[in-house]
Design a protein around this ligand. Structure first.
Ligand code: 2GW
Ligand code: MN
Length: 297
């Protein structure tokens, strides 16, 4: 009937918007083949998602390593995190360094904590990068159980530029590498030698994930770090080192333990000066660094 039609038109206009919230993106995939969300600007409502997590009284442990000359990145990292990262939520930074005296004095907001942990200096940078997995495994097991609910593990040669908050939380969270998000699989720089535990055959693999940011629940990230550490130890025993170090092992792990949530390259962009049509907001990025200047020889 006409009145039925009018009723249908009016209610669908009125309630349709409320129920769906008009969210979603059509220019990028926002869900994986295993139905994990891929977080992009425009796929979530920050007010709604903030209010859900506000009731949960969560703590987000955040780990970062700064050895040798990499301590110079700490000031920008921490200051920008205070401005953009889980603002309004409890964050506990765990900062590993060989030079605690070089840690800058950054003013932290309410319910924001920083613990500095001293590490011995290491000579080979691959060792710094790879030893992170074992150190994180131990931190989670020995200290975090009663201290935190979620954890993110981040590179320090980075900076926040926009919101990174509770929309990123999940059981197991990977970040799509900014160089490969629109690349075909054969371009992915997975480890291709079968002798390495990180080996991924040509016809396998879903995404290429960055080693510069990953996270999730304590339990899942503990399992991730433990597995990667064990796999790297097998490689060491076989005198092989994966092409991109722990990043290669992380990609192998995610192949068999699918992340429950993926973060788009908004959550780890290249350096800020580079643009992309898909990335409407850069939330976190690598900083342009002079490798010759900061890396030991
Ligand atoms: C020194 C010489 C060469 C490479 C790294 C380092 C170094 C690293 C260092 O002297 N001191 C230090 O604290 N690091 C830590 O390791 C620091 O937290 C840094 O962010 C992290 C990874 O090194 P980075 O940032 O130089 O490597 P990227 O940006 O090229 O990273 C990707 O590939 C790495 C493995 O090759 C990791 O997977 C990393 O997570 C990826 O983003
Ligand atoms: Mn880095």
């Amino acid at each position: 009937s006409l009145s039925g039609l009018i009723y249908w038109v009016i209610t669908s206009i009125w309630f349709g918007n409320h129920l769906t919230g008009n969210l979603g993106r059509t220019d990028v995939a926002s869900v994986t083949q295993w139905l994990a969300p891929i977080v992009w600007e425009g796929t979530f409502d920050s007010t709604v998602i903030d209010s859900i997590y506000k009731q949960q009284n969560i703590t987000v442990a955040t780990t970062v390593f700064a050895l040798g000359k990499y301590t110079r990145f700490l000031k920008d990292f921490l200051e920008s995190a205070e401005e953009h990262y889980f603002v309004g939520f409890r964050v506990h930074y765990y900062l590993f360094t060989d030079q605690p005296e070089e840690v800058p004095n950054v003013k932290l907001g309410q319910e924001r904590y920083l613990t500095v942990k001293k590490l011995p200096s290491m000579n080979r940078w691959q060792d710094i990068s790879m030893s992170r997995m074992g150190i994180l495994e131990k931190l989670i097991k020995d200290e975090l159980a009663s201290e935190a609910d979620y954890i993110f593990c981040l590179d320090v040669d980075t900076k926040f530029h926009g919101r990174w908050s509770v929309e990123s939380l999940g059981r197991l969270v990977g970040v799509i590498h900014p160089w490969f998000f629109d690349a075909p699989r054969f371009i992915f720089t997975y480890e291709r030698r079968p002798e390495s535990q990180a080996y991924i055959p040509a016809e396998e693999g879903d995404y290429y994930f960055t080693g510069a940011a990953f996270g999730g629940s304590l339990e899942d990230v503990h399992h991730l770090t433990k597995t990667c550490r064990e796999q790297m130890n097998i490689d060491i025993a076989n005198s092989i080192e994966a092409i991109w170090h722990e990043e290669s092992h992380l990609n192998k792990y995610f192949l068999h333990n699918k992340p429950s949530k993926l973060l788009s390259p908004e959550y780890l962009w290249r350096d800020i000066s580079m643009s992309s049509g898909y990335v409407k907001i850069i939330r976190f990025s690598h900083v342009a660094k002079n490798n010759a200047e900061v890396r030991p020889n």
